[in-house]
Design a protein around this ligand. Structure first.
Ligand code: PGA
Length: 256
């Protein structure tokens, strides 16, 4: 694989100051700069970003948020802007996660605005796309993920995702223990890369396309062996540092 593998933890709405500290301390011996050749990031609730930025000092770990506002600044009570993420040295932001799309009304258009703002503040977007079980069973997977991808890239272009990433997360595989098979995931990743090539063929070869949905140390390797699967976005298994590092180990092995 010519692309550097990328493993991203998505802690979702979990953790607290003490538990985060314990996670950081237990993982740190392996996360010092130089140990891993793959890229690694941890995406935490916004309140804890500064704790992570401090905690991962002198490591190669990048820190990410899980959402940002679709507005630059102003009277938007409760929102957190991309500029604020940049201000606290946050490197990345997950956008368009299916939980945000289904529970919090993040439409394709809002996700595109958020991605544009994030990139303009040098916070690199990780764009999530994925179909529901119903859409998969209706044979609409490629149509759905292509629509989600295009809605954003038509606004932002491809460059934000050369530094950030795309994450294919079938909704039916998230938190269910039912991962897509490596072959099924690869087929969608290849279709996404073909779609990226329509924007810029050279850049499409550089964009990391991560798989997400019940990735564990036990299934990561076979997923990572697929030619267009460049890493993982990990939810449940990222809550335990040893499981997350086990997944990183598989990604790292591909760089040997
Ligand atoms: P999961 O979540 O690993 O718990 O399936 C992945 C995600 O939602 O990003």
């Amino acid at each position: 694989m010519t692309r550097t593998p990328f493993v991203v933890a998505n802690w979702k709405m979990n953790g607290n100051t003490q538990a985060n500290l314990a996670w950081i301390e237990s993982a740190k011996p392996q996360l010092h700069a130089g140990h891993y050749r793959c890229d690694i990031a941890v995406c935490a609730p916004a309140l804890y970003l500064t704790q992570l930025v401090d905690g991962f000092k002198n490591t190669a770990v990048m820190v990410g948020a899980q959402n940002c506002a679709s507005y630059e600044e102003g009277a938007y009570t409760g929102e957190i802007s991309a500029a604020m993420l940049a201000d606290v040295d946050c490197d990345l932001v997950i956008l368009g996660h299916s939980e945000r799309r289904t529970l919090f009304g993040d439409t394709d258009e809002l996700v595109a605005e958020k991605a544009k703002l994030a990139f303009s503040h040098a916070v690199m977007p990780i764009l999530c796309v994925g179909e529901t079980l119903e859409e998969r069973e209706a044979g609409r997977t490629i149509e759905v993920v292509t629509r989600q991808l295009r809605a954003v890239l038509d606004v932002t272009g491809i460059m934000p995702f050369v530094a950030g990433a795309i994450a294919y997360e079938p909704v039916w595989a998230i938190g269910t223990g039912k991962s897509a098979t490596p072959a099924d995931a690869q087929a969608v990743h290849a279709a996404l890369r073909a779609e990226l090539a329509a924007y810029n063929a050279d850049a499409s070869q550089k964009v990391r396309i991560l798989y997400g949905g019940s990735v564990k140390p036990g299934n990561a390797r076979e997923l990572f062996e697929q030619p267009d699967i460049d890493g993982a976005l990990v939810g449940g298994a990222a809550l335990k540092s040893s499981d997350f590092l086990g997944i990183c180990d598989h990604a790292n092995a591909l760089t040997e």
